[in-house]
Design a protein around this ligand. Structure first.
Ligand code: SF4
Ligand code: SF4
Length: 343
């Protein structure tokens, strides 16, 4: 596997107008932006010398940053594509046209098929209606969008309906996220979907993926799914072809943290992925590429032979890899076995 940066999540603000129970940043309107426009463009300049990843502007809520479209334009001027991860609540007709002008793809968060489920998760009444409205506006003006849905015990009963809603709204892809307990989500551990249900949900998803031909579907941060697909396909003698969205990492393997993707936090801290607890360094001190090439954490992520426990000897190490963030959150060791491994 060649390790080159294909996808970068750049958290340009910690500010957010919602208060989601699972937020990795514990974002809030009380926090302040730390990276200036030039801090951000300096990092983009540096990265563009070696890689041309899709850069996803995230937060917090990235649309709260006044220079969000200047940042997007700058990234594009360096030959990279730009994604925008938004909760959708600030997307009216005017904003949608600006998005169309400056951004290549949008991802919207929708954690239920009804206001009651989504608003409970997002802790704000009216969030569901606003996000659905945003999806409809984007669809109408021809902006491609993905729907990301996060699930815990509280909304797992609504998974299938949420998929249906994503499809009816015209999303290009629906990504079902298995929450990793970091940020505010740390307090959520008791709320996380049980391991037994996790397995059942992934099996359900496999059946869905076999049938779903229009919208791209994929469980995200559920690396064991890649092993399950292999096992189930062999069992049934099917040749499973994974489709990829032009803005994804290509579905090379279950977990690609620090291998094909990276995350830069609102404070400049660099991590292998957005759920990861530990920082590998700060762009304000050492730039990005030094961390990508030389930091222990990033090097460890790519050294599959040095993973601990069962993972190191697992035949699916190059297919699954286990969730390193979840291993760290549970065992304080990011090289340990993924606690949700069912193999
Ligand atoms: S470490 Fe876990 S949360 Fe991060 S990208 Fe890998 S599977 Fe997803
Ligand atoms: S042992 Fe590790 S690599 Fe193998 S399936 Fe389980 S989590 Fe994935």
């Amino acid at each position: 596997m060649e390790f080159s940066l294909k996808w970068l999540a750049f958290e340009i603000t910690p500010r957010c107008n919602l208060n989601c129970i699972h937020c990795r940043t514990s974002a809030s309107m009380n926090l302040k932006d730390k990276l200036s426009f030039s801090d951000i463009t300096n990092v983009i300049d540096e990265i563009s010398n070696e890689f041309k990843p899709v850069v996803v502007l995230t937060g917090g809520e990235p649309l709260l940053r006044k220079d969000v479209f200047d940042i997007a334009d700058y990234i594009k001027s360096k030959g990279m594509r730009v994604g925008l991860a938004t909760n959708g609540t600030l997307v009216d007709e005017r904003m949608a046209l600006k998005i169309k002008e400056h951004v290549d793809i949008v991802s919207l968060s929708l954690d239920g098929s009804r206001a009651q489920v989504h608003d409970d998760f997002r802790n704000v009444k009216g969030a569901f209606d606003a996000t659905v409205r945003a999806a409809k506006i984007l669809k109408e003006i021809g902006v491609d969008f993905i729907i990301n849905s996060s699930f815990t015990k509280r909304n797992q009963h609504d998974i299938e309906n949420t998929y249906r809603l994503a499809k009816s709204l015209g999303a290009k892809a629906w990504y079902m996220f298995m929450i990793v307990p970091t940020g505010r989500a740390k307090e959520l551990r008791d709320e996380l979907i049980d391991k037994e249900d996790y397995y059942k949900i992934l099996k359900w998803h496999f059946e869905l993926e076999l049938k779903e031909k229009e919208m791209l579907v994929r469980p995200t941060c559920a690396p064991e799914y890649y092993a399950l697909v292999d096992i189930e396909s062999r069992k049934r003698g099917i040749e499973f072809k994974r489709r990829t969205l032009k803005f994804s990492t290509g579905g090379a393997k279950g977990c690609v943290a620090g291998q094909l993707i990276a995350f830069i936090g609102y404070d400049g801290e660099v991590k292998p992925c957005s759920y990861f607890l530990r920082s590998a360094g700060n762009v304000l001190e050492s730039g990005f590429l030094k961390i990508w090439h030389e930091s222990k954490i990033f090097k460890d992520m790519r050294d599959f032979g040095s993973y601990n426990d069962k993972c190191a000897h697992c035949r699916y190490i190059n297919v699954c890899g286990g969730c390193r963030a979840r291993a760290d959150a549970y065992y304080g060791d990011y090289m340990a076995i993924d606690p949700y491994c069912f193999l």
